[in-house]
Design a protein around this ligand. Structure first.
Ligand code: FMN
Length: 471
């Protein structure tokens, strides 16, 4: 077959190929080969499942299409004039991936930061900018915009727009829509830390929260524009999406009034002040489970090792580093109805952590590291005097997955073990997908290859069934 140079295709052709490849779960090269094979009547291109076996890494669009948490929801997104407006472009994409439609409104200042073209193209909708637009206002368009949505999100929310909202001003389209709406409003403030901590902004924030306006952030961190740091950074798009999901969530709450403890991520076991022993766990699965339990109404404490992913919405997060800190945080969170121990806890730590950086000594070989066993958190919880009614463990294995999980079940005092094969070729550790088996006294349940969000959702439902069964 001739060499394929997708690079040389024009943008429109590349986009069409990208969409077709995503739809079919293939890479762009494989999709191109499939097209050429079809043209030559030689249909020998392997099906995607064979190409990617055993754990398919699905393209972004197909992966996202599985999580339709906002299917059919209409979000009115107001973008005001802050430097964080660039993140709104990603927010639009994330919302649409989850099935929402996004209708954008931009203030005049916002148009200095991102273009109408980019916002309109990503939203696939007209961008509303003008209160006195002859076209949009023929049928009192601002009132329609205010009412015909399930939620209004303001991201970024400038100090200026927050002040207008707090005082009921309606001098432009964005503020008029916000005054005319009877729908839930979520704002994601973003501004310089001095503006955020100014007494005027503090007063406005209080008024807005008394008025029932929901707020996410701002977060602490570096400011994009000034090299300054502090509180004022806009929440990340995925954090805003999670807050929107939580606000629009109307699923039943079978776990209301129940407490759950979830551990997630890796642990870091210090060797000296700069080095540590760790593993490749990303925390994606544990965080997704914590979020899924919270969505079913549970009061969730998430004990998380060091991760770089956003906190799930609606859970209390306790951040720890080492296995011993994780155990302390878990036992402190007891009693609970459910414990789901997902974290990849290091089995060993260095027996004597050095207070100073261990130096290389001329002429001497590497110093040996003496290891000692870490506490077994799952086993401790499984045999604790305040043992939760349901204890779920995870077994990440690279061989004899079922046999190891069955052994763990009895040894650790768990009700079921979620076992997965984390051999490097599966792409599970750190990836977005998982293929698990549920090992319990009743036998082994095989689940298909799923996104980690879907695994979390199904597991949360299973937990809710078990918990409510015994009532
Ligand atoms: C480079 C630049 C960055 C700015 N960033 C912010 C910001 O992050 N947050 C904010 O509240 N205002 C920021 N401002 C000020 C707003 O753009 C200004 O208050 C404007 O009037 C807001 O209008 P709007 O609320 O109608 O969008 C920035 C201004 C400039 C020139």
């Amino acid at each position: 077959m001739a060499t394929l140079t997708i690079r040389n295709l024009d943008e429109a052709a590349k986009q069409a190929l990208r969409e077709r490849a995503a739809k079919n779960g293939r890479s762009m090269e494989e999709e191109m080969r499939s097209i050429l094979a079809g043209l030559s009547g030689n249909a020998t291109v392997p099906a995607p499942a064979q190409v990617y076996a055993p754990a398919p890494m699905m393209p972004m669009a197909a992966r996202a299409a599985e999580n339709q948490s906002l299917a059919g929801k209409r979000i009115l997104l107001i973008i005001s004039g802050g430097i964080a407006a660039y993140k709104s472009l990603d927010l639009i994409r994330r919302l649409r991936e989850r099935g929402a439609s996004v209708r954008p409104v931009m203030t005049a200042a916002a148009q200095q930061f991102v273009t109408l073209l980019a916002v309109g193209a990503l939203a696939a909708d007209h961008v509303y900018i003008d209160l006195f637009s002859r076209e949009d206002e023929q049928d009192v368009g601002h009132v329609r915009l205010a009412r015909e949505s399930d939620l209004i999100c303001v991201a970024p929310a400038t100090a200026d727009l927050m002040a207008k909202m707090a005082h009921g001003l309606a001098g432009d389209l964005a503020s008029t829509v916000l005054l005319a709406t009877n729908q839930p409003v979520l704002i994601a403030p973003a501004m310089n830390p001095a503006m955020w901590s100014h007494p005027a902004t503090r007063r406005n924030t209080d008024v807005l929260s008394r008025d029932g306006i929901h707020m996410i952030g701002p977060m602490r961190g570096e400011m994009a524009e000034s090299g300054e740091a502090g509180e004022g950074r806009m929440a990340e798009p995925l954090e805003i999406v999670a807050a929107i999901e939580a606000l629009l969530d109307d699923t039943p709450k079978p776990l209301a009034g129940r407490k759950a403890i979830v551990t997630s991520g890796p642990t870091h076991e210090p060797i000296d002040p700069v080095r540590y022993i760790a593993n490749r766990s990303s925390g994606k699965q544990g965080h997704a489970i914590a979020g899924a339990l919270a969505r079913l109404g549970a009061d969730v404490t998430l004990v998380s090792g060091p991760v770089v992913i956003p906190d799930p919405a609606g859970v209390e997060v306790v951040r720890v580093e080492s296995a011993r800190e994780m155990l302390d945080a878990v036992t402190l969170a007891l009693p609970a109805d459910v414990a789901v121990m997902v974290a990849a806890v290091a089995d060993w730590r260095v027996a004597a952590q050095s207070d100073e950086k261990i130096k290389k000594k001329q002429g001497e070989g590497p110093q040996p590291l003496h290891l000692t066993e870490n506490p077994d958190i799952l086993k401790t919880v499984g045999h604790h005097e305040q043992r939760p009614r349901l204890v779920v463990g995870f077994a990440a294995e690279t061989a004899d997955v079922i046999a190891n999980a069955q052994g763990k079940l009895a040894r650790k005092g768990a009700d079921f073990i979620v076992a997965n094969d984390v051999s490097p070729e599966t792409g599970i550790m750190g990836g977005d997908r998982n293929r698990v088996r549920i090992v319990s006294g009743a036998g082994v349940e095989e689940w298909p290859d799923l996104s980690k969000d879907e695994v979390a959702k199904r597991l949360a439902v299973k937990i809710a069934e078990r918990i409510t069964d015994g009532d």
